[in-house]
Design a protein around this ligand. Structure first.
Ligand code: 13P
Ligand code: SF4
Length: 308
């Protein structure tokens, strides 16, 4: 059956096929919090980048299906060289991850000899392999704090790097990358949302610009935001709308207001039910990483998991 033919099937039929193929193949579906709701409800686990990486090391499934963007599936493969890892849409990259190259990081290291490189997991395996340690938005502050010395090179998100610098007091040399979804938030978005929902606390993702983070009560990873959703009856949420759809489903009695309804990651939305059903039944697209690069990247990811 072609992908187009899967697209003609009903949601019920697609969901049944996904469940059946998952059982037959002893597969686990790991989904990021920004996935479309139909995919979220079929995932065995939902989480932020840190949780997905941890889950990838804990699972005994024979096949890992990563519903997210490429670097997440690649990280699962790096941590699980002996298991098959697939991603339903091979074009689902993260534009911020594409902003950093291993050659560029090596050049920066040469300019700053001995300065450790912390790379956000939103990077390619090649960039991870030339880094000392990885981090996610959930543990960036802890990791920057933990690495030796007062100066750190942070790749590729300038906003998350600036956030870690402000929390640790370290001198952070920033790569000039950004996320097109979070970098578009402006302070006026926070003021406008506060005007519409007086007294409601604001949480933003630390990929947002520093002047936006400074105006919010909280900065948190998407996993951290789910915890805040447990603790508050109302929240203004500055991140991709997929997370707010998850919050609404899991806490229907509460109220969550998007900081911007335009915060949509097109790359995360490339995975839908027809693609997931097709991917599981065809075991495509398989993620592979050359062994020499995988080993270097695994060292940086393993160090992150140890420090988390
Ligand atoms: P989290 O790890 O907070 O889920 O963030 C991932 C991401 O890509 C944010 O844009
Ligand atoms: Fe990348 Fe931003 Fe999309 Fe996250 S939301 S996957 S950082 S483009």
């Amino acid at each position: 059956m072609t992908l187009e033919e899967y697209g003609a099937l009903s949601t019920e039929e697609l969901s049944a096929r996904i469940r059946r193929a998952k059982d037959e193949k002893r597969a686990v579906i790991l989904g990021h919090n920004y996935q479309v709701p139909e995919v979220q409800v079929l995932a065995d686990y939902l989480g932020d980048s840190l949780r997905l990486a941890q889950l990838a090391t804990e699972t005994d499934a024979e096949l890992i299906v990563l519903c997210g963007v490429w670097f997440m599936a690649e990280s699962a493969k790096i941590l699980n060289p002996d298991r098959r890892v697939i991603i339903p849409s091979k074009d689902a990259g993260c534009p911020m991850a594409d902003m950093a190259t291993a050659e560029g990081v090596v050049r920066l290291k040469e300019q700053h000899p001995g300065v450790p490189v912390v790379s956000y997991v939103n990077t390619s395996a090649e960039v991870k392999a030339v880094s000392d340690v990885c981090c996610t938005s959930a543990n960036a502050v802890r990791i920057v704090e933990a690495v030796e010395g007062d100066t750190v090179i942070f790749v590729p998100d300038k906003n998350l790097g600036a956030y870690a610098a402000s929390k640790t007091g370290k001198n952070v040399i920033l790569w000039k990358g950004h996320c097109y979804v979070h970098n578009m938030f402006v302070p006026e978005d926070v003021e406008l949302a506060r005007g519409e929902h007086p007294g409601v606390p604001v949480v933003v993702h630390p990929e947002s610009p520093p002047d936006v983070v400074a105006r919010a009560e909280f900065a948190a990873s998407t996993g951290g935001m789910m915890k805040l959703a447990e603790e508050h009856d109302e929240l203004i949420v500055g991140t991709e709308i997929g997370l707010i759809e998850r919050m609404n489903r899991e806490f229907p009695e509460k109220r969550f207001y998007p900081l911007s309804a335009f915060a949509v990651c097109r790359n995360m939305k490339m995975t839908d039910l027809p693609r997931l059903a097709w991917a599981l039944e065809h075991e495509e697209y398989e993620v592979t990483v050359p062994e020499d690069i995988r080993q270097g990247a695994e060292r940086a990811l393993a160090r992150m998991l140890e420090l988390s």
